[in-house]
Each structure stands twice: as structure tokens, then as C-alpha cells.
Design a protein around this ligand. Structure first.
Ligand SMILES: C[S@@+](CC[C@H](N)C(=O)[O-])C[C@H]1O[C@@H](n2cnc3c(N)ncnc32)[C@H](O)[C@@H]1O
Length: 384
């Protein structure tokens, strides 16, 4: 056999290759070399995925460690990371193609809900005062365009602050916003709202000496709250970022329709398909080695999209001083997308345990989406 004449130097240069070869030899001996050998071998050997160099250029060391941790502990590559790098274009393209309202009648639930709640939100701004709009998970900022336009006409906007985990989406947001509203102050910053509060420095006045006392409307649109793994932490981070005159406005899907009806539609279809391709190529998983599965997951009470592995796999992270191998068994699944829908009593419980208080909510005409407006609970003493 070829490897029996292999020199020690070449084994030292490529020990992994020879480990596998040695395994194959033992297996071959044990199985008396029959005609089934190639397929037996292919199922028994663990295939290896090596994240691309682009992967390491998109994610910081902390984020790579976050991905490794989520893979180890929850078998998940959190969706939030899929908005970075080319993921920003994937989201913007998806939004432009499927979500932007069209003249022939396609409406956008979120834009409609912001319209429905305009009176309430505007009525909450103190007479003669302006507000800062803090758009957390701003994406391409498209959903806030009409809302900002109306408030701006009334002279109610101090500035718009776009925050997002994705640097690339913040560039899209800036380009859009500056084109739509050249005279409204725009600032932006990256943030992972699952891990941190909104930095107070963003609200310092121009001299940078003291916080300005302009009230803030925090927006968290696009049903993003339902995508987070740790919603309690996100609500807590919002609460810690808010002053007593501030509001948090978020949207989600609602109703007991989180039961899986087997129909893939909207983001669960088109966005997920693109993310699936993106994750496979960035992590280095071959298309023929896996399949995409969507289903309801009881443990997280969410609809999930998973990569299901058809073979044993090793994902080998070996850069940035990180050296970590994650073993995935044939048949195992890794979640790359999730969405939790709310029923109102459960939503109220989540708000309450995070120190937030519901002020107002409304649903769209199909009762499928909800817009929630809340403030810091009156019995919560905020350090801000
Ligand atoms: C579903 S999109 C919604 C975008 C926009 N708000 C909309 O309604 O069209 C989610 C957005 O939130 C951002 N995002 C997701 N998780 C985040 C996190 N933990 N911290 C900050 N931004 C996050 C994504 O990068 C993306 O721009």
C-alpha cells in the first residue's frame, strides 16, 4: 500500500493526513477488504471544515469565541453574526426584493404599525421638545423613513442614531439616511445588544461634557426581538440604557401560530436560504454533506432553520491564537436561524421580569404582528 513506504519526514509534515490513512488501513484490515469499502470508509471518517480566511476577517476574536461557545453549548451559529460581511448585502437584497412596499399593493406591516402608532409616540414628546431616535438593529433603516419624515416635518427630531452588530449594514443605513434626510444629524455605532447596553457616550452633547437630557425613542424593529437567543438580556440592556422619559418600541409576530404548519415563507424561506449558503461557505461545509431543515423547536418555542449533517464532521477553528475542534455527529443539527413568536401574557411576563412596563400595543389587521411601546417600570430605580 502506498503509505507503507511513507517517510517519517512527510508524516511529520502532514500528520493529520497520515492519521486518517492509518485509520483507513486498520479499518480495511478489519473489514477484510470487501467491495463495500469506499462507502464504509466515507461514513466512518470525520470530515473536516475549516473556516475561510474571510471568516476570520469578518469576525473579531471575541465574536469567533462567541460562535465557538454557541456551537459547543447550544449547537447554534447565532443569526446575529450572519448580518456581518456579505451578510449585510444578503439582508439588504432580501429587504429590497421582498419587504419594501410596492405601488401595486404590497404593504409592509412594520411601516403600517409605525404609522398607526405615530399619534401615540408624537403625543408623548413634551411640548417644544425634540427626541433622539435610537434605532437598535437598524438594518438599512428603511422601516423608519416615513416615521422620521413625519417627525422631522414637525421639527421634533434632534438626531438619529443607528446601532447594529453589522458595520456593513451601518454603512448602508448611513448612505440611505443621509440621502433621505441630509439635514438631520446622523450618528452610528456597532453594538451587540445581547451583550451590552447602549453606550451613554452616544448621548453626550456637542461639547462632550455632559449627557444631554433629550428624550429617546429606542426602536427595535423587524421582529428582531424574536431572533435573539437571550431576550431577557436584551430587554435588560434596553432598560439599563433608558431614562425615565424614554420609550422602547419593538415589533414581533404574535399569536399561537408558532406551531409549525410546514409552510416556509417570508424570511424563513428567502433570507434563510441565503444565510444557509453563506454559513456553509464561510465555515467550509460542503453542500453535499448537509441539508437545510426548518421546523418548530419545542425547547426554544421557536421556528428554527438548522443545518443537518449527513456525516460526522469536525469544525476546526485554528487562527487568532484559537485552536478548537468542534465534533458534530452524523444526523446532528446546528441552528442558524430562529424566531420566537409571542402570546400577549408571555410577553407581559418577559417585560415585567426585565423591569419594563407596557404602555401601549397594537396589532395589524391580520393580528399576526404586534408593535409594543414600553418604558422603564415605575418601581424600578434606574442608575441613569
Ligand atoms: C431582522 S433585521 C431588522 C432590520 C431593521 N430594523 C428592519 O426592521 O428592517 C435585524 C437587524 O438587527 C441587527 N442585529 C441582530 N442582532 C443584533 C444584536 N444582538 N445587536 C445589534 N444588532 C443586531 C442585524 O444586523 C440586522 O440589521
Amino acid at each position: 500500500m502506498v503509505w507503507e513506504n511513507t517517510s517519517l519526514a512527510s508524516i511529520a509534515a502532514n500528520p493529520f493526513k497520515y492519521q486518517i490513512k492509518a485509520k483507513i488501513r486498520i479499518m480495511a484490515q478489519n473489514s477484510h477488504i470487501n467491495s463495500q469499502l469506499p462507502s464504509d470508509i466515507s461514513t466512518a471518517i470525520s470530515r473536516t471544515a475549516k473556516p475561510s480566511s474571510e471568516f476570520y476577517s469578518i469576525f473579531s476574536e471575541e465574536e469567533v469565541l462567541g460562535i465557538i461557545h454557541a456551537l459547543e453549548v447550544r449547537r447554534e451559529i447565532p443569526l446575529k453574526y450572519s448580518y456581518k460581511g456579505r451578510g449585510a448585502k444578503i439582508w439588504d437584497d432580501f429587504y429590497r426584493k421582498y419587504v419594501i412596499p410596492r405601488w401595486y399593493g404590497r404593504s409592509n406591516v412594520e411601516i403600517e404599525l409605525l404609522k398607526d402608532n405615530f399619534q401615540y409616540l408624537n403625543g408623548n414628546i413634551k411640548l417644544g421638545k425634540t427626541v433622539n431616535i435610537v434605532d437598535v438593529g437598524a438594518g438599512n433603516s428603511y422601516p423608519v423613513k416615513n416615521f422620521v419624515q413625519r417627525l422631522n416635518k414637525l421639527g421634533k427630531i434632534n438626531k438619529y442614531i443607528a446601532l447594529d452588530i453589522s458595520e456593513q449594514l451601518l454603512i448602508v443605513s448611513r448612505n440611505n439616511f443621509k440621502k433621505w434626510f441630509p439635514s438631520v444629524e446622523f450618528s452610528s455605532s456597532t453594538i451587540d445588544i445581547e451583550n451590552t447596553c447602549v453606550p451613554k457616550i452616544l448621548f453626550q452633547n456637542q461639547a462632550g461634557i455632559e449627557n444631554d437630557d433629550t428624550a429617546k425613542i429606542f426602536l427595535h424593529l423587524g421582529v428582531t426581538i424574536g431572533n435573539h437567543q437571550n431576550r431577557d438580556e436584551v430587554f435588560k440592556n434596553f432598560r439599563e440604557s433608558m431614562g425615565k422619559n424614554d420609550l422602547l418600541v419593538f415589533t414581533n409576530e404574535t399569536g399561537s401560530n408558532s406551531a409549525w404548519d410546514g409552510k416556509v415563507r417570508g424570511g424563513c424561506k428567502y433570507h434563510v436560504e441565503e444565510i444557509y449558503g453563506w454559513v456553509k461557505s464561510k465555515i467550509g461545509i460542503k453542500s453535499e454533506d448537509c441539508e437545510l431543515v426548518r421546523k418548530y423547536d419545542l425547547k426554544t418555542d421557536s421556528i428554527v432553520a438548522n443545518i443537518k449533517f449527513c456525516h460526522n464532521y469536525t469544525i476546526n477553528f485554528s487562527r487568532m491564537g484559537i485552536d478548537k475542534k468542534i465534533e458534530i455527529s452524523e444526523g446532528e443539527e446546528i441552528t442558524i436561524w430562529r424566531h420566537h413568536k409571542y402570546e400577549i401574557p408571555k410577553l407581559l411576563q418577559e417585560l415585567e421580569r426585565s423591569g419594563l412596563q407596557l404602555l401601549h400595543y397594537s396589532t395589524d389587521k391580520y393580528k399576526s404582528h404586534i408593535m409594543v411601546i414600553c418604558q422603564v417600570a415605575s418601581n424600578y430605580s434606574n442608575p441613569i
